[in-house]
Design a protein around this ligand. Sequence first.
Ligand SMILES: *Cc1c(COP(=O)(O)O)cnc(C)c1O
Length: 377
Amino acid sequence: MPSLPYLPFARPTLDEDTIHGVAEVLRSGWITTGPQVKKFEAALSDYLGDRPVRTLSSATAALEVALQLCGIGPGDEVITPSQTFFAAPNMIAKVGATPIFVDVDLVSRNLDFDAVERAITPRVKAIMPTHFAGLPVDMERLYALAKQHGLRVIEDAALAIGSSWRGRRIGGFGDLTVFSFHPNKNMTSIEGGALVLNDETEAREVETLRFHGIIRLPDGTRDVAFPGGKFNLPDINARIGLGQLARLEEFNARRRELVADYFRLFPTEPPCLLPHPGYPGDETGHSWNLFAPLLPLERMAMDRQQFRAALEARGIGTGISYEAAHLTTLFRRQGHHEGELPNTERIARETVTLPLFPTMTRADVERVCATVGEVLR
Ligand SMILES: *Cc1c(COP(=O)(O)O)cnc(C)c1O
């Protein structure tokens, strides 16, 4: 029997039109930030209800710039989940502020807003929630808390482009929103990110912060008042992003179909804790970047590393989303330790990310489910 092709846990879908478009940009003589970036920013703005959008070289850069835009620095605190990618806590630390780690719900893996409320002190300047796997956090609760306490919100929507809350797109309302276009996300520009803003004043400030802090003077010379980064997106990447944005709804609809297959076919013995299926009546608001169940480790004959190796040996790639950020060496040095955030730490131990990308077939999902069942038993 021929062996089955390797199934990675994520794979970008790049079409010929996009590849031709990139070749055109390469031949045009202008390859770094220019007309394609303007077009991509306009297309993103159009997609997000005409809010101002600026692109950057990554979501990580966008998170850093968003914190700088809010004037957050030493002495300030920012509430964030620890059950998220390292980028958000890292950037809070990088600007000199302190992350206040709050636990998440075991099933949605999104911030527990009762715990957020308890964590608010006069030093807290912002909340930086992650929409885990593309499931929006409770946006009503988030913005009610922010308003009540006068806090900025920086939404880490790296996994949530195309998600919506009660019919309104994530990034289409609220305060600041960050998207990622890394190849594992729902659309890609190879590397790249976007920051959604409230007004043109903020947008101009971001243009300065993403390019050395340069301000152009009336006499044609340049000045710098703040040591900005070098975070502009090249036109090559913007052209790829344009090709992807045109197909985003199609990609996300396909992801939802594949997830429906996962829920139908997933092995039930021993039972994994399956992901949140989306809010009742608002299921299409979930853009499903990841399908990541929790493993029943205490009922398994192997640990997670052995489980992942067994899948890998059968041609199935897996990931971990995520380790607990408060238990990294960086934040242990600041006094964090095990036992602080029970749900976060349990998820960090038990989570495994299974293959999910738009060009998968139902047969691929059947294969993953059958293999997981076989390995678990
Ligand atoms: C991928 C990801 C990021 C970082 O995105 P980059 O574009 O690679 O910088 C940040 N936050 C979350 C939740 C992510 O999944």
